[in-house]
Ligand binder design. Structure first.
Ligand SMILES: [Zn+2]
Length: 97
């Protein structure tokens, strides 16, 4: 795969950009590699456009934080929405006190 001359960190997420080889604006999502979640390739000529960052994990919401306080949770707060949901579930089902 050719090394991109485009700095993927400065490319806006939408629109994905113009293909430097053929000028096309059509892109397809390709495979990721190593730390890269996925890649964006030109749909027309297949040139690599840029890497796609991993979607951000939704963080614990204020509502979850307040609810956990209401449930009497005194330990460290979970970082993500998913682990917050899991913790609240454990309180509600009596797995935790
Ligand atoms: Zn192209």
């Amino acid at each position: 795969m050719p090394v991109s001359t485009i700095d993927c960190k400065t490319q806006p997420l939408v629109p994905p950009g113009t293909c430097p080889r053929c000028g096309s604006h059509s892109h397809v999502i390709g495979e990721g590699r190593g730390p890269h979640y996925a890649s964006i390739l030109c749909q027309n000529c297949g040139r690599f456009i840029r890497w796609v960052p991993k979607p951000q994990t939704p963080l614990l919401t204020a509502v979850q934080r307040a609810y956990l306080a209401e449930l009497g949770h005194a330990g460290p707060l979970p970082q993500t929405q998913a682990s917050g949901t899991q913790l609240i579930f454990e309180y509600l089902t009596g797995e935790r006190w």
